[in-house]
Design a protein around this ligand. Structure first.
Ligand code: DGY
Length: 323
């Protein structure tokens, strides 16, 4: 029996690519370029499975190929708002993702951003590298304390809760959150986190607001001018979720006009493009979508994706089927 043919849209950790090659006929994107819509359509027509990532825009137009050979889209990543799931389902294509394995590292990165922006670490690093540091003085790069402050979370899923644990047990922070559906006490696992009735309530009360909700149509520009104006002037916004949750033009306005004190971003509306106004501001830390970028997690994501792929070709329901 011939081996299923799979297309990897990007390079994966070498150890996982090797494991995949033991069972599948693997088509690798040798130079790791982001695939064009035409290349994605070609992958859908020529392979039994397409192994996607956040850099692939699998919209209804791409999925409208004449005769898709692919019956499964195995996404390397937990977020899947880059895939039009309804259009995939309509074509009879199963979609899977990789939850859990990136929770801790993404939460660590949210804390990294909180500390970097509050303690002005980006500004300090740029100063040292520019040879512009003139030495210690009481008034130099004075930031804001993180320990003991109020953290507001928008979204209290796995990653939100992992951030809450770090903030409460590591930094003695008080945690507030808004989640669309009630979070059962059993899932809070000893956290002393208080549920708020609205996004606005979290924004108005928190010193740090960290976003952990999905991207896509429902949450597009959830954080807009109006909502930013609910935040306190000394507060910071952190986004490790999806870029489209924040209206970047509104954020640049808020940062420029002192509506909020600062922001830490790992994700952007039109990656890899970053809003020019944000690039010019000192009170924002900008990272290149590094949430899950550790050796342990990237291998874990690959192995988790492979479990889904294997289940599909064994005729079982993939454990992380989202559609
Ligand atoms: C995720 O897993 O959602 C990461 O952001 C990469 O897609």
């Amino acid at each position: 029996m011939s081996r299923p043919r799979i297309v990897l849209t990007r390079r994966w950790p070498a150890a996982v690519e090797q494991r995949l090659a033991e069972r599948y006929e693997v088509v690798v994107n040798e130079d790791d370029h982001p695939l064009s819509p035409a290349e994605l359509r070609d992958a859908l027509m020529s392979a039994d499975a397409v192994l996607t990532t956040v850099s692939d825009r699998i919209d209804a137009e791409v999925l409208a190929v004449d005769a898709p050979r692919a019956k499964v889209l195995v996404n390397y990543g937990v977020g899947f708002n880059h895939i039009d799931v309804a259009a995939a389902t309509a074509r009879g294509i199963v979609v899977t993702n990789t939850p859990d394995v990136l929770t801790d590292c993404t939460a660590d990165l949210a804390l990294t951003l909180m500390l970097m922006i509050a303690r002005r670490a980006g500004e300090g690093e740029r100063e040292v590298r520019a040879g512009a540091w003139s030495g210690w003085r009481p008034t130099h790069l004075v930031g804001s304390r993180v320990s003991g402050k109020i953290l507001g979370l928008i979204g209290m899923g796995r990653i939100g809760r992992a951030v809450a644990r770090r903030a409460q047990f590591g930094f003695g922070m008080q945690v507030l959150y808004f989640n669309r559906s009630p979070v059962p006490a059993s899932e809070l696992e000893g956290l002393d986190a208080r549920a708020c009735h609205s996004v606005e309530e979290v924004l108005a009360r928190a010193d740090f607001v960290s976003l952990h909700c999905p991207g896509g149509v429902t949450n597009r520009h959830l954080i807009n001018r109006e909502r930013l104006a609910h935040m306190q002037r000394h507060a910071f916004l952190i986004n490790t979720a999806r870029g489209d949750v924040v209206d970047e033009a509104a954020l640049a306005w808020a940062l420029t006009n002192g509506i909020i004190a600062g922001a830490g971003l790992d994700v952007y509306e039109a990656e890899p493009h970053v809003n020019e106004d944000l690039l010019a501001l000192p009170n924002v830390v900008l990272l290149p979508h590094l949430g899950s970028a550790t050796e342990e997690t990237r291998v874990g994501m690959g192995l988790r994706a492979m479990q889904n792929l294997d289940a599909f070709f064994d005729g079982r329901t993939p454990p992380d089927r989202v559609a």
